[in-house]
Write a protein that binds this ligand. Structure first.
Ligand code: NAD
Length: 506
């Protein structure tokens, strides 16, 4: 592995990795040790500079096999512990993550290109997630069912054994914590393959939960490419369930590969969520909410409110206010405290955003703000895109149908409630949605009729590990977070006990 020591926060990564792992050699974290891959060389690019700052080699099936064996061993021992003991160790993870908050946030910020202020929030959420599921550990109870025979019938929620988790690049450490915690809470071992573009923070997180006492080998981070390392993990017979967070295109491949093995999968995929402002909304709040909905994380968020539906009575006013506020959002280097919007994570995604905006303009959308690369001092070759407001969008345009996954909002006018619902539901996705209105009855009607796994009223992006999260339609299936997310990591066993002497005849 090589490091280019530059003044771009990258030297921080060198120091942080040495501090955590004792070396800057990077590979997969297997059974509490760094295992170097022998496959294709993968370059990590700093999104703010466009420069490669380190490289590592694809894990491939050789490393996956070792990780699978380690997870199998560790899971048996983990499940043999008492539920209380498992919960106590998970609780300690929260404390260790908080102690290392700043270094985890810096690692994430430099390597994923996310503003440091957002990274601090996300690392804190990871600690919260471990603490939340620590509490569940000794509360996963079954039922006693009053069957119409003399049997005692009861259910047990048992772990699958080893699960494979595959995550994307947009919120690497958050997504890792979001899936690791319920998996081990339910008693599973884990093979986790982060995006090949952002493997550092996930690997650091797993090292730190081992410092907190989680047994080595229970959670293994296999770093490499999707079609090699990810596919090898799903194909490995040790994997008994797959939880995938990523694009619908890859989600189809994951579902097909899981089906070949007759193992279940959860798919947390993309979105094209409708954020709907009615004439009677509190516009001051709605305008702030509309920006936060789409520009946080430079729009690289699955629940991004990327379609802004505005009722005609306030349409011009909202477009003007959102556009002028958008022009003032500080776009900058991600490791600076004042930055609110950082770069797009990678060149391919940057080109995708650029191309879709150009296509939207060609189809008739009007650029009310942004619409092009952002100039950032020190980030001349980085993937910065100006927060963009596209007005007068028609829901049939590609900018209204495709997930842009960048800082771009498409504003669409509507006349009445029925039309707002029709436009919101005219999408193959169904991840989230929101309505801004002073009418309580309308708020509930919208919540009931918009096809989405999450719906907000007079708010956007209020998400917490306590509440279930997941998609309708092409946004995926299965649930994460909350008790429902925990149950995804268990399989139910029905036990029949015949206490009567005539058992053999029953
Ligand atoms: P992606 O689908 O390209 O990649 C996701 C992961 O899949 C990566 O780790 C990749 O290496 C792996 N992968 C790719 N091909 C594979 C294969 N053949 N077998 C096994 N693994 C494979 O997604 P991305 O570009 O990294 O992330 C962006 C997408 O993620 C967006 O669509 C976004 O909406 C979605 N996302 C969804 C949620 C959610 O909770 N619903 C959260 C975050 C991101």
């Amino acid at each position: 592995m090589t490091f280019l020591v530059e003044k771009n926060g990258e030297q921080q990564i060198d120091v942080l990795l040495k501090g955590l792992f004792g070396s800057t050699d990077f590979g997969s974290w297997v059974a509490g040790d760094m295992m170097l891959g022998k496959g294709e060389d993968i370059q990590l690019i700093n999104p703010a500079t466009g420069h490669s700052f380190m490289s590592y080699r694809d894990a491939e099936s050789v490393v996956v096999d070792v990780a699978a064996a380690a997870a199998t061993r560790a899971q048996k021992q983990w499940w043999a512990r008492t539920a209380t003991a498992r919960g106590q160790l998970m609780w300690k993870c929260g404390a260790v993550i908080r102690e290392n908050l700043e270094q985890l946030a810096r690692l994430e910020s430099v390597s994923a290109g996310k503003p440091i202020r957002d990274c601090r929030v996300e690392v804190t959420k990871v600690a919260d997630i471990f603490e939340y599921y620590a509490g569940w550990s000794d509360k996963i109870t079954g039922q006693v069912i009053p069957v119409p025979t003399s049997h005692l019938n009861y259910t047990r929620h048992e772990p699958y054994g080893v699960v494979t988790q595959i995550t994307p690049w947009n919120a690497p450490i958050f997504t890792a914590g979001w899936q690791i915690a319920p998996a081990i809470c339910a008693g599973n071992g884990v093979l986790l393959k982060p995006s090949e573009l952002t493997p550092l923070s996930t690997t650091a997180l797993v090292k730190l939960i081992e410092v907190a006492g989680i047994p080595q080998g229970l959670v293994n981070v296999i770093n490499g490419l999707g079609h090699t390392t990810g596919a090898a993990a799903i194909a490995n017979t040790v994997t008994k369930k797959v939880v995938f967070v990523g694009s619908p295109k890859t989600g189809r491949l994951i579902a097909a590969a899981s089906a070949q093995r007759v193992i279940p999968c959860v798919l947390e995929l993309g979105g094209k969520s409708a954020n709907i402002i009615f004439n009677d909304a509190d516009l001051d709040r709605a305008v702030v909410g509309a920006q936060a909905a789409v520009f946080a994380a430079a729009g690289q968020s699955c629940v991004s409110g990327s379609r802004l539906l505005v009722q005609r009575g306030v349409y011009d006013d909202v477009v003007e206010r959102v556009a002028s506020a958008t022009n003032k959002i500080p776009v900058g280097l991600p490791w600076l405290d004042e930055t609110m919007v950082g770069p797009i994570n990678n060149l391919q995604q940057f080109n995708h955003v650029n191309n879709l905006v150009a296509e939207g303009v060609a189809e008739g959308a009007v650029v009310a703000s942004g619409g092009c690369r952002a100039n950032v001092d020190g980030g001349e070759e980085g993937y910065f895109f100006r927060p963009t407001v596209l007005a007068d969008v028609n829901n049939r345009m590609r900018v209204a149908q495709e997930e842009i996954f960048g800082p771009v909002v498409s504003v669409i006018p509507f006349d009445d409630e029925a039309e707002a619902i029709a436009i919101a539901n005219d999408s193959r996705f169904g991840l989230a949605g929101a309505a801004w209105t002073a009418d309580v009855g309308r708020a509930h009607r919208m919540a009931a009729q918009v096809n989405a796994g999450t719906f907000w009223v007079n708010s956007y992006k209020a998400i917490n590990v306590m509440s279930p999260f997941g998609g309708f339609g092409e946004s995926g299936y299965g649930r994460s977070s909350g008790y429902e997310g925990l149950l995804e990591y268990t399989q139910t066993k029905s036990v029949w006990v015949e206490p009567a002497e005539n058992a053999a005849t029953q």
